[in-house]
Each structure stands twice: as structure tokens, then as C-alpha cells.
Design a protein around this ligand. Structure first.
Ligand code: UDP
Length: 238
């Protein structure tokens, strides 16, 4: 059993949908508590942890625009949804003993700090976790892209993409029983085969700068810690 962290600074990407558990909408108190406890395990190892949360459990811009809403307005709503999730997670993390700051890409000084790169890095160095809210701050992007962007800005060594499945398969394991699990794959292959891991923009941005991505199942207790300690869990995209 490996117990020493292999990484010093990482970004964890949580989808909004992961936070709703099986309740179909919003934030599950049990799930958010669970996530905070899992993050605590790597915090205790001294790993500098930044988190990017999605908003799909509350609002997704693309979906609203498919009903005729202007895409930019819909995406603004989506980004605000990520702020709601970030504040909920901050609360859960602080109750779990992790000093946490939320930095938002859309300024709203009364509820969160604005995103300031140097300040974010300073928080991490001082042992505070940082949650990056509101994605990239721009419509037409996703929080996956926001996570890749922030990971590169803070010079994180790894982006952990937490999902409901244990990694990447060559086809959908839910629909196809013979789907094969992939342990390691290149960015280019993910793009060419259009594997639904992250959106193309996020994968391309990671590829351009060589940011390794680890796709793994977060609902198995201990997995985040095990990934950080170098255990071979999930799929590595590099
Ligand atoms: N969003 C955006 N720009 C960004 C990040 C997010 O406009 O840089 C909006 C977009 O509408 C998206 C929503 O925020 O649908 C929620 O983010 P996302 O879909 O990435 O959340 P997740 O799938 O991780 O729950």
C-alpha cells in the first residue's frame, strides 16, 4: 500500500452531476460530505489541492440554448450554478477542517474572491485549498476546460477528473458488455476516437501543454488518495 504522495500540487475536477447523488437535481448533503472527507485525506498528506466544480446538477447552458435561449445568457446561468456548488463545497470542506477559499472567474466580491492567480498560488502554499468557481468566466466553454486552464496556470502536476465510472473504455461499458478498459491513452487517440471523457477543447488544451489527466471513479472511498499516492487506478491520458 502506497502512502506517500507522488504529486505536490493537483487540480481535482468534480462534475456538478456527481454532487447530486441519486436525487436527480441539486446538491446531495451526503455526497458533498463524502467529497469533503475524501479531499481531507489528500489534504492531510500535504498535497496542495485546487478544485474545479461543474454546474450540471443545477443548470447547463447548452441544454437551455437548445430550447431557444441565447447561448451566452444560458452559459452565464451555468457559470453561476458552479458558484453555488463551490460555496456548498467550501462549507463542507471547512466543516471538515480544511481552510478553503473560493475564487470566482466572475467577480462577485460579496460571496467569493475574484480569481487572482498569484493569490490562488499563495493560498495553496499556505495550506489552504482553493475552489475555482465560474469556469473560465466565458460562455461557450465548459468547466472541464476551466479545470485544464487553471491546472496549467497554477502549474499543477496532474488533473484528476472524477467520474462515476472507473476510467476510459473503448466503448460505453453500460451499453456494451465487451467494452475494454483502457489503462493509458494519448490525447490524440481520445480526440480521434471521440471518447467521451472530456470535451475536445479541454483535451486539446491539455495536449498542447502536456498536462496529464487521470480519469477515475471518485465514489470508491480512498480512490483520490490512492491516485495521489501513485496507485494504478483509472485511466491516464498523457
Ligand atoms: N460554463 C461556461 N463557461 C465555462 C464553464 C462553464 O459558460 O468556462 C457554463 C456552461 O453553461 C455549462 C455550465 O456552466 O453548461 C456548467 O458547467 P459544466 O457543464 O462544465 O458542468 P459539469 O458538466 O461539470 O457538471
Amino acid at each position: 500500500m502506497l502512502t506517500q504522495p507522488k504529486y505536490k500540487r493537483v487540480v481535482l475536477k468534480l462534475s456538478g452531476e456527481a454532487l447530486m447523488g441519486d436525487q436527480g437535481f441539486g446538491i446531495s448533503p451526503d455526497v458533498i460530505k463524502y467529497v469533503a472527507a475524501e479531499v481531507r485525506k489528500i489534504y492531510d498528506l500535504g498535497v496542495e489541492t485546487a478544485i474545479v466544480v461543474g454546474g450540471g446538477n443545477i443548470f447547463r447552458g447548452v441544454k437551455a440554448s437548445s430550447f431557444g435561449m441565447d447561448r451566452a445568457s444560458a452559459d452565464h446561468m451555468g457559470m453561476l450554478a458552479t458558484v453555488i456548488n463551490s460555496l456548498a463545497l467550501q462549507d463542507a470542506m471547512e466543516r471538515n477542517g480544511i481552510p478553503t477559499r473560493v475564487q470566482s472567474a466572475i467577480t462577485m466580491n460579496e460571496v467569493a474572491e475574484p480569481f487572482i492567480l498569484r493569490k490562488a498560488v499563495r493560498h495553496l502554499e499556505k495550506g489552504r485549498a482553493v475552489i475555482f468557481a465560474a469556469g473560465t468566466g466565458n460562455p461557450y466553454f465548459t468547466t472541464d476546460t476551466g479545470a485544464v486552464l487553471r491546472a496549467q496556470e497554477i502549474h499543477a502536476e496532474l488533473l484528476l477528473k472524477a467520474t462515476k465510472v472507473d476510467g476510459v473504455y473503448d466503448s460505453d461499458p453500460v451499453k456494451n458488455k465487451d467494452a475494454k478498459f483502457i489503462k493509458k491513452i494519448s490525447y490524440m487517440e481520445v480526440l480521434e476516437k471521440q471518447l467521451q471523457v472530456m470535451d475536445m477543447t479541454a483535451i486539446s488544451l491539455a495536449m498542447d501543454n502536456g498536462l496529464p489527466l487521470m480519469v477515475f471513479d471518485m465514489m470508491t472511498p480512498g480512490n483520490i488518495k490512492d491516485v495521489i499516492c501513485g496507485q494504478e487506478i483509472g485511466t491516464l491520458i498523457s
